[in-house]
Design a protein around this ligand. Structure first.
Ligand SMILES: C[S@@+](CC[C@H](N)C(=O)[O-])C[C@H]1O[C@@H](n2cnc3c(N)ncnc32)[C@H](O)[C@@H]1O
Length: 217
């Protein structure tokens, strides 16, 4: 499959997600999370275990921008300054993100991560795996065969040399679905995992990161 041609079913799933998020008024629910503010922080803040220093941070699939706002605030509490950027395939979600955060409007973009050409590079790029088209497999949380291609593309085009690609996996407490074991998932794809973190009790989110070496192309 060529980048830029996701199956119609996949695109429809993205649109349905956008409609569902926009039907909510609570900013956490507009980001696709229904567990409330305490669990939100417990299950998302561990992303910052991958962020030891100031830098430009891109959230792929940023929805209404709320995660980015939280990460900037939580990082600030740790003495770390993040310059936030967001990308989402949902144009109306990006409109909402810009409305919520007008001073960052020019750093919030519409695009499909699968085919997007980043206009610049970032110190930190955060992504989930479900942004990759699934090919006849369950669209749930199982990574499909294109995931490796997607991550390699991000490392090469979106992550700055010396920067870091952070991957997240969200399980579902209500459905009793655990997050992926991202270390082994990424290692199976041939990536060298630089670190991992997890969030929630029971563990509901996992994060793993891969570094782009300074001398990379
Ligand atoms: C679960 S929300 C993530 C919200 C927030 N980033 C977080 O991690 O909590 C997923 C978002 O990804 C967006 N999305 C799905 N597929 C995408 C793709 N291929 N490219 C860009 N955004 C995508 C959806 O529109 C949705 O807003």
């Amino acid at each position: 499959m060529q980048a830029g041609s996701p199956p119609a079913e996949f695109r429809e799933q993205q649109r349905a997600l956008e409609r569902a998020y926009l039907a909510e008024s609570d900013p956490i629910r507009q980001s696709g999370f229904s567990g409330g503010p305490r669990r939100w922080r417990a299950e998302r803040e561990p992303i910052l275990e991958a962020v030891p220093a100031d830098g430009d941070f891109l959230d792929i699939g940023c929805a209404n921008g709320y995660l980015l706002q939280c990460l900037v605030a939580w990082a600030g509490e740790r003495g770390i300054r993040l310059n936030p950027y967001g990308l989402d395939v949902g144009a109306r979600l990006i409109d909402l993100a810009k409305h919520r955060w007008p001073e960052r409007a020019d750093q919030l973009w519409v695009g499909d991560a699968w085919s997007w050409n980043p206009p610049r590079r970032f110190d930190y790029v955060y992504t989930l795996l479900e942004y990759v088209p699934f090919l006849g497999e369950s669209p749930d949380i199982r990574p499909g065969p294109l995931v490796r291609l997607y991550l390699e593309r991000l490392l090469g085009k979106a992550v700055r040399p010396g920067g870091r690609l952070i991957v997240g996996s969200y399980g579902s407490r209500s459905r009793g679905v655990p997050p992926l074991d991202l270390r082994s998932t990424l290692e199976d794809y041939g990536f060298q995992v630089a670190g991992t973190a997890e969030g929630g009790s029971p563990i509901t989110t996992r994060f793993a990161w891969v570094d782009r070496h300074e001398a990379g192309p």
